[in-house]
Structures are given as C-alpha cells and as structure tokens.
Design a protein around this ligand. Structure first.
Ligand SMILES: Cc1cc2nc3c(=O)[nH]c(=O)nc-3n(C[C@H](O)[C@H](O)[C@H](O)COP(=O)(O)OP(=O)(O)OC[C@H]3O[C@@H](n4cnc5c(N)ncnc54)[C@H](O)[C@@H]3O)c2cc1C
Length: 393
C-alpha cells in the first residue's frame, strides 16, 4: 500500500515525536514511522525509569559539538520552560533531583503518554512495526517498509544513535546521511563507564560499590560529582561526564578530595607515618578505598618506612588531588547513554536542521553531532532540535 504525507518522520523517539507534534500543529499531514512495537522505548528506560526530561540550567556549554555554536539557535527557541509547560499541561508531577535535573515523580511512561496524546491532538499518524529498509529520492522521498511504501516531499531523520544495540539501535540514520552525501563526524560511545587496565582492575575492583565525591578531568574539562568503583573500572556521574571528553590512551585525572587538605595534620604533626595517614584519609574518603589507595600510593608503598619527610607528605597530598588513571577503554555502546559524533552540523541549518545539500531532508536528535552532558540535556536537545525542524518542515 502507498501512503502519501506532507512529512515523514523516521523514528518515534523523543526528537521524532516532538518534531511531528510541531509540524502537525501547523496543519501538516505527518506520518511517524517506528521500527519498534511501541513509541518512545528509550524514554521509558531513561533516568532509571523516571525520565530526567530536562535541565533548568541548560546552556549551550552543556553540549559537545564540533561547531560549539550550532546548538544555540534551536536551544534558544525551545527552552526547558517550554517543555515544563507541556508537562504541567498534562499534570505530570515532577521534582528537581539535583543540579537542575527534572525527573517525573512517578514514571517515564507519563512522558511517552504526553507525546502520544499531543501527536493525536495534532493529527499525527504513528506507524509502529514500520522499520524502513530503503529510502530513495525522486521528485519526493520514497520510503520502503516491509509491506508499505511512504511518499512525502519532506523527510525528517530521527533514528537516534548507536547506544544500547539490544534495544535495536543501528547505524541507519548515519548510513542515510552518507547515502545523500552528508559528512559524518566520527561516532563514539559517550556518557559511558570506563574500564581499568589489568593492573588497576586487580588493585581496586574488589572495592566495587564504593563511591566518593571527586573532580574528574580530561582534555581540559572537569566535573565535580560522585565516582563509583565497578567490577571492571569506574563509573558514577563524574566519570560518565568525563567519558564524553576522554580519548583512548589519555589519562583521566581525579581529585579524590576536592578543596580538602587531607594531610594537614599529618604534615604539621609529630607522626608522619602510615597510621596517621590512614586516620587522616579515612576522614575524607570511604574507609576501604582510603586504606587501599594509601597502600598503593603512600611513601611506604615505595619502601619508605616509618617516619616520612615533610616533602614526602606534601607529595602524598599532591597525589590525592591528582590520581592519574589511564583507562583501557570504555564499556562501549552496550553501556553508553548516548553516541557522540554523528551528522556533521556543517551540513545542516542551525535554524531548521535541514540539510543544505538536499532540500526537504532534515536530521534531528542524537543522530546529529550534538551530545549533551548527563542531567537531562540530551532530551532537551531532542525537544529543541525536533521543534526547530517541526516548525519549518
Ligand atoms: C539507559 C539510558 C538512559 C537515559 N536517560 C536519559 C535521561 O534521563 N535524560 C536525558 O536527557 N537523556 C537520557 N538518555 C539519552 C536519551 O535517551 C537520548 O539522547 C534520546 O532518547 C535521543 O532521542 P532521539 O529521538 O534522537 O533517539 P531515540 O530515542 O533513540 O529514538 C530513535 C527511534 O528511531 C527508531 N528507528 C531507528 N531506525 C529506524 C528505522 N530504520 N525505521 C524506523 N524506525 C527506526 C528507533 O527504534 C527509536 O525508537 C538516556 C539514554 C539511555 C540509553
């Protein structure tokens, strides 16, 4: 069967649904094609099932993009307040968890219901189990699913990134961009746990579950949040954030005691030894981690016994503020919250998300080379880029 629409949106995720709502409200006849058996599956698992749907402190600086100015226009024209107004309209209770992060009180389900209800109100047709296999362009776009064919003068690609392949993530959106001659910025897992090398795994991984507030830094960026030791390496918000900036082979520098002078008493007191260091460090770091870290880093670990010099104590203080870890790798797309890189923003209009090389072709959401920090920023980009395209398509 052949279906004709004004706009076909590929992917019923956060970005695709928002785009469809905005386009439908403008009277456009919109079809959303979704491969899965239901819309918004990633929204359902987001934020631990409560969906961190935006961040009230959202700024362009919260995004990684080869062109740091690209996201500004869309973010300014669809703000966190715009999405909050929608959440209020649907009487969905929410709360600020921390650092401006807004979560549903009850369930992420309510956000998918909101989007589906807005789609219905805007006359949008959502086709489920409609995985698109092939896209051609004649005088309009022609999309082939298993049984049906869709035609429209405008195509919006909102197929998401490569993270969580077991939920069906594929490279379809990137392949489509290449098919139409658009450049791609190299993709990589982001907001992802980091893996220790063999030595550090042996040294720390039996402490899995231990967490501490740290400042993690790499590539000139720093995040002060909590860090968690896992069975394979490091995770927790500080590590997920810095993973987006980390390049393989480079160190991550971790301040284990931000703004604390851990060994002041040790340096100024009589006893500069392991017992005094343990007492001081256990006051700041989780006990088991403090003990282990000291066993591996204190002057005693280098065979310097008993009383340490003032200089050696100062060196210990320096090292606790700059624990250098060179991760072996990340946990990969299986565990990554998002995909960094994607459709090159030089190829797109920052106002409309339309490809400059091919009129009528739009890319929105995670498939684009715009990646948010942890904390609701990725959904805010999905809403903002979706709205930008939906208001223009
Ligand atoms: C575990 C987890 C938790 C997260 N929590 C948060 C959070 O709390 N806050 C936050 O801001 N971000 C969070 N994120 C990130 C956020 O989910 C994504 O950035 C966002 O969903 C991207 O939206 P999107 O619409 O671009 O892509 P997606 O939501 O991935 O949607 C793409 C859709 O396209 C469909 N599709 C793909 N190919 C085809 C095809 N060929 N034919 C038809 N359909 C197709 C897919 O099935 C999918 O439904 C989380 C991510 C993960 C993995």
């Amino acid at each position: 069967m052949i279906h004709k629409f004004d706009v076909v949106v590929l992917g019923a995720g956060a970005a695709g649904l928002m785009c469809a709502i905005e386009a439908g409200k403008r009277g456009r006849r919109v079809a959303v094609l979704e491969r899965a058996e239901r819309a918004g599956k990633k929204i359902l698992i987001s934020g631990g099932g409560r969906c961190n749907f935006t961040n009230i402190y959202c700024q362009p600086e919260n995004f990684l993009c080869t062109n740091p100015h690209f996201a500004k226009s869309a973010l300014a024209r669809y703000t966190p307040a715009d999405f909050i107004a929608l959440v209020d309209k649907h009487r969905i209770p929410y709360h600020e968890k921390t650092l401006g992060q807004l979560f549903c009180d009850r369930s992420a389900n309510e956000i998918t219901h909101l989007l589906e209800a807005e789609c219905r109100a805007a006359g949008v047709k959502i086709f489920l189990n409609a995985g698109v296999r092939e896209v051609k362009r004649t005088d309009e776009f022609l999309l082939r699913c298993d049984r049906d064919e869709f035609r429209a003068p405008a195509l919006v690609v909102a197929t998401g990134g490569l993270s969580i392949p077991k939920m069906g993530a594929t490279s379809f959106g990137y392949d489509l961009a290449r098919q139409f001659g658009l450049k791609i910025q190299k993709t990589r897992p982001a907001l992802v746990p980091l893996l220790f090398g063999a030595a550090e795994r042996g040294q720390y991984c039996d402490l899995a579950g231990v967490s501490a507030e740290v400042v993690a830094g790499s590539g000139g960026h720093h995040f002060r949040e909590s860090m968690l030791i896992t069975h394979r390496g490091l995770s927790g918000p500080a590590i997920l954030q810095i993973s987006s900036y980390w390049d393989k082979g480079k160190p991550v520098r971790i301040d284990l005691a931000p703004e604390r002078d851990v060994s002041a008493a040790l340096r100024n007191g009589e006893a500069r030894n392991m017992a005094a260091a343990r007492a001081a460090f256990q006051g700041v770091l989780p006990k088991r981690f403090a003990t282990r870290w000291l066993e591996l880093h204190a002057p005693a670990a280098k065979g310097i016994k008993d009383i340490w010099s003032r200089q050696e104590s100062e060196e210990l203080e320096r090292r606790v503020h700059e624990w250098v870890v060179v991760p072996a790798d990340t946990e990969g797309y299986d565990k990554a919250e998002v995909t960094a890189g994607g459709v090159d923003t030089d190829e797109l209009s920052s106002k409309t998300m339309e490809a400059s090389k091919l009129r009528g072709l739009f890319f929105i959401g995670e498939v684009v080379d715009v990646t948010g920090h942890l904390g609701g920023f990725n959904f805010q980009w999905a809403w903002a880029s979706g709205a930008a395209a939906g208001r223009s398509v």
